[in-house]
Write a protein that binds this ligand. Sequence first.
Ligand code: BTN
Length: 267
Amino acid sequence: EHELGTARIGRRLAVWSRVGSTNDAAARGASTAANDGLVVMAEEQTSGRGRRGRSFHAPERSSLLMSVLLFPPASLAPMGKDSASGVAWLTVVGAVAVAETVAERSGREARIKWPNDVRVDGRKICGVLVERAIRPADADGPETAVVVGIGLNVNVAADAFPPELREKATSLRILSGRDFDRSDLARDLIRRLDRWYDASLREGPSALSLAWRDHCEHLGRPVRVATATGVLAGRLVDVDLEQGLTLEPGPADDPARLPGLVRIPLD
Ligand code: BTN
């Protein structure tokens, strides 16, 4: 249990051959704060979820399907308009840890595409799904429980992706031409998640900003960002955990040109 040497994440670990969704399995641990840092992994999910109610399909035994249960202090997880509000920084914790792991293993640049994809050469290798866990009324400890779910394509062969994803998705195996030890990879990822989460609790989520900028896919480039009030088009000039995304006006002939710098809060 202690061989990971982490402060929190992975001190409790559950590995299943098959579950509905590891995010749900981890959320069931939310009744007690003793499960802070619980990691749930599975070989296969029968109802894996992506963002916006999409399903997330991963070929059996060849991905890393992992969910981490965390109890961040209420000050770092303020309740907002919906259940994803106030915890977007945890998506960045997941994405940065994955991007570092992928870059190190593949020798390629791994880029974070806001809000929750990690990509290599424009192809998605991982998705992160952060959800609040509902806590039972008699639960002990802090108010807020959050699950950070990570689906990373590891030993997935190109022809194992459904045809519509073949041009859009990739895996460590496709990038490197070999298979990876998933336990080894899981250990590495858990350690990185633990370090980034711990740094965020000590210094505030801004501790992540530099690493996020380093791995950010579109920094300095034209982007279109969907917001609550519509799509904004401009050049992405900064990403920051406190300031959110900063866009600068695009070309003068663009009818959707922004009047000036715009900050888009994370959630
Ligand atoms: C996305 O791409 O929209 C996010 C995908 C997140 C998938 C992971 S797999 C492990 C965890 N359990 C789930 O049901 N979803 C996340």
